[in-house]
Ligand binder design. Structure first.
Ligand code: LR7
Ligand code: MN
Length: 559
């Protein structure tokens, strides 16, 4: 197997997935793995590893780009060795590579315990809610594509640690044909060794399916009374499952989502999310919405189910039979995007009920970009959204289609079976959905100008639940180059996401007006944030996580 693996040209790049090696050796000190006298620890490790894959010494070498021998170090690195810093240098490699492949900090993830504690972010009242003694059990379905090993394991352990075992029918892992081949083998080995009761099951698709078909594939393997879908980089919180199962027990047409807390992609810090609900805009992007005024007036409102027009997509619970009855997912949808609105519309229009349960909390690593595309380069979000529009949105689909003229020619495949499904289930109209479930949505005809501004934001597919938080500006100024009359200016439009910056004579252009927030961000004309990036900083949507968007004044001059 390893022979085969070593031939995969991607392999060398993905050494960060080799479990433990990085962690135990690199974290602590620099170890010359070829020098037997130096470290007992490393030799034990090596032996263990060698025993496992006896006949593949050559390949093993290929698997170890992290361990440079002294002689292979460059001069700079040698200097650093003397300072005892090579470990950091190697760690930096891991970190950089991790960001490339996963878009979060794998180094931090590697260092954290797989059983780490996280803060109980629920409202205090949740502690005294009582759930029925006999709840339906659950099959938990987690699809992953190239997930980081430790992060996936922490997801699984958090479930096992925080779910009453009688409620956990099984955990079904679907490897969506990850091209980090060694990953599958490592996970399989880990499962065989650590989850001996057979409750954790691993399957693999025969080709890359994308998360939508991968979930359907997983659901077909499931036997639990309910299905709970989760992303592969999550941690469930205290008593997360009881509210979900309790609500489904009351009525099998209740489809329920937890509050999605935030795991910071740079630090893995776990923080509470506000109570918000799901909406969407006419670009068919999911967005978070503040709750209608008055929703949270009494204490009990903080524990009661809250109806939600849409779900974010990744984390929800549903009765298994009801999932099948409702038509699973649209298997004509590819890779990523759109399925969350599709299932939300379908639930509401076809007689179900979608709600968020404040006492169920699950953390999710919110990354700033998706570290993968589709194999053939298709814009799958657009492809999938077109299917949603044509199957579910009736005359309202024009709001989506008319904004993007280029979509007229885009093919979206055969939707006849989904139209058939809609008919068979006797679903209500989209007009009913808008008027009864989501009357707060702004219709284009309401106020064209207002809409134009909304549309400027369409390009930003914002998932972060804190996005609804009001931004606090503490200052407003131009940024002037010392001893000049030149000001920091956006090169193109101040609305251009990704735009670079330049120096131009100081006028009072919108492209020069910086607003400083209480989180030390610099927001150009209250729209996009200044983000540092190699080799040049640029404008990007504000992610509100500090780091590369945090700017500080220096000294008393405030420069
Ligand atoms: O081809 C793929 N095959 C997969 O199995 C691509 C992805 N996946 C897996 C992937 O490893 C992950 O576990 O599918 C899961 C979701 O992919 P992410 O984490 O890249 O997606 P996301 O968190 O950026 O996106 C959100 O929207 C998606 C729309 O298609 C899905 O519904 C995700 O599940 C959803 N995530 C959440 O709702 C978590 C909270 C984020 C918010 C808001
Ligand atoms: Mn995710």
């Amino acid at each position: 197997q390893l022979n085969q693996l070593a031939q995969s040209e991607k392999l060398e790049k993905h050494y960060t997935h080799l479990p433990r090696i990085n962690k135990e050796i690199v974290n602590n000190n620099v170890i010359d793995i070829d020098d037997k006298s130096k470290s007992k620890e490393s030799n034990n490790y090596k032996n263990e590893w060698y025993k496992k894959y006896k006949n593949s010494e050559q390949n093993i070498k290929k698997l170890q780009p992290v361990f440079k021998t002294n002689s292979k170090l460059s001069k700079d690195e040698k200097d650093l060795t003397e300072l005892g810093l090579v470990a950091n240098l190697q760690e930096k490699e891991i970190k950089d590579e991790g960001y490339k492949i996963h878009a979060y900090n794998v180094l931090v993830s590697n260092r954290l315990s797989l059983h780490r504690k996280i803060p109980d972010t629920r409202n205090k009242l949740c502690g005294s809610v009582e759930y029925p003694l006999k709840l339906p059990n659950a099959s938990i379905i987690i699809c992953f594509y190239n997930e980081h090993f430790n992060t996936l394991l922490r997801s699984i352990h958090s479930i096992i640690d925080r779910t009453p075992s009688e409620l956990l029918h099984d955990i079904i892992l679907i490897d969506d044909y990850s091209d980090i081949k060694v990953l599958h083998l490592e996970i399989k080995n880990y499962i065989d060794k650590n989850f001996v009761d057979g409750k954790v099951k691993l399957f693999k698709t025969e080709k890359r399916e994308g998360l939508i078909r991968a979930r359907v594939f997983g659901a077909k393997k499931a036997q639990g009374e309910t299905l709970i879908f989760l992303d592969s980089h999550i941690e469930v919180n205290k008593d997360w499952i009881q509210p979900l199962l309790g609500r489904i027990k009351e009525n099998r047409t209740n489809v329920v989502v937890p509050v999605i807390d935030v795991i910071n992609p740079d630090t893995f810090a776990y923080t509470s999310s506000p109570l918000v609900r799901g909406g969407f805009n006419w670009g068919l992007h999911f967005k978070w919405e503040n709750l209608p005024k008055g929703t949270l007036s009494k204490g009990e409102d903080f524990v009661k189910p809250i109806k939600s027009p849409t779900m974010a997509g990744g984390l929800f619970a549903i009765n298994r039979q009801y999932f099948i009855y409702l038509g699973e997912y649209d298997s004509g949808m590819n890779i990523w995007g759109g399925e969350n609105l599709e299932i939300s519309f379908r639930i509401w229009m076809c007689g179900g009920n979608l709600e968020m349960l404040p006492c169920s909390r699950v953390g999710h690593v919110f990354r700033q970009r998706r570290p993968y595309g589709s194999p053939d380069g298709q814009d799958t979000m657009l492809h999938n959204s077109l299917r949603v529009a044509h199957v579910w949105m009736d005359e309202y689909k024009e709001y989506f289609l008319s904004q993007r003229k280029e979509v007229e020619k885009v093919k979206y495949g055969d939707i006849s079976s989904r139209l058939q499904l809609r008919k068979e289930l006797g679903c209500k109209s989209f007009d009913w959905y808008i008027k009864n479930v989501y009357p707060e949505i702004v219709l284009p005809s309401d106020d064209d100008n207002r809409l134009k501004n909304k549309w400027a934001a369409l390009e930003q597919d914002d998932y972060q639940p804190w996005h609804t938080r009001k931004r606090n500006y503490v200052n407003q100024y131009q940024i002037k180059l010392t001893n000049s009359s030149l000001c920091l200016t956006s090169e193109k439009d101040y609305k251009a996401k990704g735009g670079l910056l330049t120096l131009k004579p100081c006028m009072r252009y919108k492209s020069q007006m910086w607003y400083e927030t209480d989180r030390n961000e610099l927001v150009l004309s209250q729209l996009l944030c200044l983000q540092s990036r190699h080799p040049k900083p640029f404008l990007y949507k504000c992610h509100e996580m500090g780091g590369d968007q945090e700017w500080k004044h220096k000294g008393e001059s405030g420069s």
